[in-house]
Design a protein. Structure first.
Length: 400
């Protein structure tokens, strides 16, 4: 018999996703349209999400996703079918939506093993216009989104956990057992903003990340600002920035496995020169890693992130990026994203920036955005414009 948490936790979880995760922490408004993208195996949470949306007076549109659909499609799709882009349908979806909620739930984390990664990349490339439309609407302040995790037996097993212990991590991480969960999330966001103000006050020219088998320099353009989750992703304890993708050099190793395209990639090691990955390796899934990096601009950095252990209660590997990139534990985590940058990290008005200007400022553009995570002890040192060096992160905490 499978495990399911008490209904009160599912309802609280849905309430946080809808009424904190969306609209920058403010929640949805009456009359807005909310797309609920929920896999078949996460059906119990769908009912709670539906109730939260309806109670708020908004309009739900449900995209109910059958389990096992992706490998079936990719196995039979021709090159023409992989490249097909239903422009009218997807443009209408973006036009209609005020918010997107996506629930991550997998019944088989290895279902795409054996599928040519190039077919997956081809499908992602075909969907690039949809991502561009969505990002543009979000930048204009007319769209918000959030992600949540619904653990399954397969996901728990992959992480070496029972399903009950996986749900206990969800309950702890999302403060579902807190007396006033929404208030707690608003306080975390307020505390994150305090850190952001201190970081954004510093004229940082570059960051140096030092850890075991890691010595990496990341350049920051003067037109950058640090960001926090703000509801996008539940949970999200990250403080992150999109660096100048042209100014990454050195090497970095990652201690947590990456699950991507139905494959596990372990012991990832990357070397950078002049912003580009010049060498990459992994003890498992290396061919998938290299094919991903070979995708246009996926060999450059789009995000650098740190998590403070004072916020995150996540202390177990979950085999899912949404949680692993928010790992607290003893030393917090560092994660680096290869691929697409966040235009929200620009200090000016992104509406006035052209494609060429983004490139000049070092904002990377790619169909890929892959977070790779390390939870090893590290020191992050900022070099300011005047040459002064300040340690901003040590022993899993910001030191400002």
């Amino acid at each position: 018999m499978t495990y399911l948490p008490e209904q009160k936790y599912l309802d609280t979880y849905a309430d946080i996703l809808i009424n904190f995760g969306l609209n920058g922490g403010k929640g949805i408004k009456k009359g807005e349209v909310v797309f609920l993208e929920v896999p078949e195996c996460a059906k119990p949470l769908l009912f709670s999400l539906l109730k939260s949306v309806l109670t708020a007076g908004a309009h739900p549109i449900i995209q109910y996703l059958p389990d096992g659909l992706d490998p079936h499609f990719l196995s039979y799709a021709t090159e023409e079918q992989l490249s097909f882009f239903p422009a009218k349908f997807l443009k209408g979806k973006i036009k209609e939506a005020d918010h997107f909620v996506k629930i991550i739930a997998d019944t088989d984390l290895h279902e795409l093993e054996g599928i040519d990664p190039q077919k997956i990349m081809q499908k992602n490339i075909a969907m690039k216009p949809f991502l561009d439309w969505r990002n543009r609407k979000e930048i204009n302040g007319k769209l918000s989104w959030t992600l949540g995790l619904y653990p399954t037996q397969a996901m728990a097993k992959e992480a070496g956990m029972t399903l009950k212990s996986a749900w206990e991590q969800i309950i702890r991480a999302c403060y579902l057992d807190h007396q006033h969960p929404l208030d707690r999330w608003r306080q975390i966001e307020s505390d994150s903003q305090t850190i952001l103000k201190k970081l954004n006050h510093l004229p940082i020219n570059s960051l140096r990340i030092q850890a075991k088998n890691t010595d990496l320099i990341i350049g920051l353009d003067k037109h950058r600002k640090w960001l926090s989750g703000g509801g996008c992703n539940i949970p999200s304890f990250e403080v992150f920035i999109s660096p100048d993708c042209h100014r990454t050099s050195g090497h970095i190793s990652f201690s947590l496995p990456l699950y991507r395209y139905g494959n596990q990639i372990t012991d990832i090691y990357l070397e950078f020169k002049d912003g580009h990955v010049v060498s990459s390796s992994a003890t498992k899934g290396e061919s998938v890693l290299k094919k991903m990096i070979a995708t246009k601009n996926a060999d450059m950095v789009g995000e650098f992130s740190l998590t403070d252990i004072r916020f995150s209660k996540i202390n177990r590997f979950m085999a899912e990026t949404l949680y692993d990139e928010n790992f607290g534990g003893k030393y917090g985590n560092t994660h680096l994203a290869l691929g697409m940058s966040f235009h929200e990290s620009y200090t000016g008005n992104p509406k006035k920036v052209t494609g060429d200007q983004w490139k000049i400022m070092g904002f990377n553009d790619s169909v890929i955005h892959t977070d790779i995570i390390s939870i090893s002890d590290r020191v992050v040192t900022a070099t300011l414009d005047n040459g002064q060096q300040i340690i901003i992160y040590k022993k899993g905490r910001f030191t400002l």
